[in-house]
Write a new protein. Structure first.
Length: 699
């Protein structure tokens, strides 16, 4: 199908032909009238001159009376003779003027109809996104502008009323063309890899035309209608959650309704649907921050921004994606998302739409975390052939790549706790980020992790050592990343940075208007970014980073004092340890003395006393050694184990000696006991024998 801008050029060419035909007809009619007038004058003058006699200068006084009489007598008769011709000529002139007036009125009506048709086509071109899909649109708009200028030049010989209408017509078209050119330049720059951040933009030609043009009420309505559409599309390309965004949408909605251009009623319905959808997206973002933020006061009552309700299947699908993507329906979003991706999650990425891949990213990050799948998606976008794509879709590919890398890195940080691994991954992702989009998400995620990590380290490590180890990281590496984060954040807030964006064809929504197949929704299902959340995230990280800077700076300033304090603490600890040692040793000695005294009653020889003292001394030595090991960390010193070995040897020697002594004593006791037993037996036998003898003697 022929694009709309070419149809506009064809309409102007058609109007030029009608303009030329009207000009030729008008010129022919004027020539005929002039010829009739000239021929009449010639006839009257020739007849009068034929009746005059030859007069000399001397005869003039004599024939004055005769001429007077002749004029009085003959002119009435001649006038009577010419009267039928004059009446016929006047009737012809009147009919010619009526025809000219009718042709003029028809041509003026043709101008108005052409203007309505051309402005409608301009609206189609804008709504369908031809400023995106047609790479040479600016050249074609320039061609339209040149053709309009030619109409003005060729109308210099037309009646004033026609010239006025032509000027109004061309002024209206020129105003629309200039406005369209400004918008196209702005959008082209926005999606360009060589984007320039202009201080401001102006168009003196546009402003001059606005001042000089005196448009009719109808033409004013047509141009206002087109500029309302420009405003709607600009809002669509520059999403925001600020209150100005929604108030601008309400203002444009009101203007569109109040213009009441009957010829555009069908188009207005689709435009209002787009406005309602944009309002719905703003509400979904705003309500997540403040549940009452969508209320407004109108006509003496409190009203709320309405939820979107329409039967358009594409827009209904986008509304469902919004519910799950931004987790607006509690925990049910997980179940709904699982059902949605179930049919295509195992398909090849090349066979999927970008919107489906976008849903898989959400699925593999937040529902079923899978780093390898996210890496696969990132690689798919990175390796995509963009040579055949339009400049807009190449820009879209950059956004898609960065979005997938952001989510992959976010999952990596959440599933890893190794600082070095995270830093390496961060530097790698930064190299893979495409374009000059000022994507600050990676800086945000990395700094959020590293600042919390360092804050914990302050409490875990020695203060002086922390400063020595992490000073360069905090004041060098982190500061560089933090400055980059701040600049990108500020740029994004001012330049309406996209988190995600669909390709041009996937952003087209079917239209209900005849001859307009689709309407371009630049922001698709993506909600406006939350500037409040962006700023709060930044302030949270800044607070943590400021704590680190303050700790390092004050720590370095009071480093000597801290060292002195730590030395004093160590000395105090040593004194405490010495006190513990003295008390412990004193207690051990007292115990040794007190426990030794009562045991000597069991000692029967000097040798036994020495062995007993050795045993107690060994036990005392082991006890004191354990005290020293615990208080002075002697277990770290190898030489400290030498006295332990000696004590063990002494203990072993004493134990062995005591054991041998006990065995020897036991043997002696056995021999002695045997001897005593034998002596006892002999004595008993002797006594019994003596008693037996005595008894016998008595008998």
């Amino acid at each position: 199908m022929e694009n709309y801008i070419d149809q506009i050029i064809a309409c102007i060419n058609d109007f030029e032909q009608k303009f030329s035909d009207f000009q030729s007809v008008n010129t022919t009619s004027s020539d005929v009238s002039e010829e009739i007038q000239i021929s009449t004058e010639i006839e009257v003058s020739s007849e009068t001159s034929s009746q005059l006699p030859n007069i000399t200068m001397g005869e003039i006084p004599e024939i004055v009376g005769e001429i007077q009489i002749s004029i009085e007598e003959e002119i009435p008769s001649e006038a009577d003779a010419q009267l039928p011709n004059i009446i016929e000529e006047n009737a012809f002139n009147e009919s010619n003027e009526d025809a000219q007036e009718l042709a003029t009125e028809l041509f003026i009506q043709e101008i108005e109809n052409s203007t309505i048709d051309i402005v409608r086509l301009f609206c189609f071109s804008l709504l369908s996104g031809e400023y995106i899909s047609i790479s040479d649109l600016l050249k074609k708009l320039k061609l339209v502008d040149e053709k309009v200028k030619d109409l003005i030049k060729n109308g210099d010989f037309l009646p004033n009323n026609i010239q006025t209408k032509i000027f109004e017509y061309t002024s209206a078209i020129t105003i629309i063309v200039e406005g369209y050119k400004i918008f196209t330049h702005d959008i082209s720059n926005k999606y360009s890899s060589d984007r320039i951040n202009f201080l401001f933009s102006e168009n003196n030609k546009f402003e001059s035309i606005l001042r000089e043009s005196k448009l009719s009420k109808k033409l004013h309505s047509l141009t206002d209608y087109f500029f309302c559409l420009l405003g709607i599309n600009h809002i669509d390309h520059c999403p925001s959650n600020e209150n100005d965004y929604i108030t601008d949408l309400f203002d444009l909605e009101k203007k569109i309704k109040n213009l009441k251009i009957q010829e555009y009623n069908d188009l207005t319905k689709d435009i209002l649907i787009k406005i309602k959808f944009l309002q719905h997206k703003w509400k979904q973002r705003k309500v997540s921050e403040n549940p009452s933020a969508h209320l407004y006061f109108s006509d003496g009552s409190v009203k709320a921004v309405e939820d979107f309700k329409d039967e358009n299947e594409k827009l209904k699908e986008w509304c469902e994606i919004i519910q799950t993507q931004y987790e607006l329906i509690s925990k049910n979003w997980i179940y709904i998302l699982e059902l949605r991706v179930k049919s295509y999650k195992n398909s090849k990425l090349e066979d999927l739409k970008i919107s489906e891949i976008h849903q898989l990213i959400k699925y593999y990050k937040d529902v079923k975390p899978n780093s390898s799948k996210l890496q696969e998606i990132s690689t798919f976008f990175e390796n995509k052939n963009v040579e055949t794509l339009s400049s807009y879709d190449r820009y879209v590919n950059i956004i898609e790549t960065n979005y997938s890398l952001n989510n992959s890195f976010s999952l990596f940080v959440a599933s890893n706790k190794n600082n070095n691994f995270i830093k390496e991954e961060y530097l790698l992702v930064k190299k893979r980020i495409k374009g000059e989009i000022n994507n600050f998400f990676t800086e945000f995620k990395y700094l959020d992790y590293i600042t919390n990590f360092l804050i914990k380290k302050i409490n875990e490590e020695d203060k002086i050592r922390f400063i020595e180890v992490y000073d360069d990281i905090i004041k060098g590496h982190c500061k560089e990343e933090f400055d980059s984060y701040f600049l990108k954040k500020e740029w994004s807030k001012l330049n309406f940075n996209y988190v995600f964006i669909l390709p041009f064809k996937e952003s087209l929504v079917p239209s209900n208007v005849d001859d307009l197949t689709h309407i371009f929704y630049a922001s698709s299902f993506v909600l406006p970014p939350s500037n409040n959340q962006i700023e709060n995230d930044y302030l949270d990280i800044k607070e943590q980073y400021d704590k680190l800077l303050l700790f390092v700076d004050t720590g370095k300033y009071f480093k000597k004092e801290i060292q002195k304090i730590e030395e004093l603490n160590k000395e105090l600890d040593k004194k405490d340890f010495k006190s513990i040692e003295i008390i412990s040793i004193f207690t051990a000695i007292i115990t040794f003395v007190l426990s030794s005294i009562p045991t000597y009653k069991f000692v029967e020889s000097v040798y036994e006393a020495l062995l007993f003292m050795l045993s107690l001394a060994t036990a005392l030595g082991i006890f004191i050694t354990l005290i020293l090991f615990s208080t002075r960390n002697l277990y770290k010193n190898i030489l400290a184990y030498i006295p332990i070995a000696l004590l063990i040897l002494v203990c072993f020697f004493g134990f062995n000696t005591l054991t041998n002594f006990e065995k020897k004593e036991y043997k002696i006791d056995l021999v002695t006991n045997k001897k005593l037993d034998s002596i006892s037996i002999v004595k008993v036998d002797s006594i019994l024998k003596n008693r037996t003898i005595k008894v016998k003697h008595e008998k």
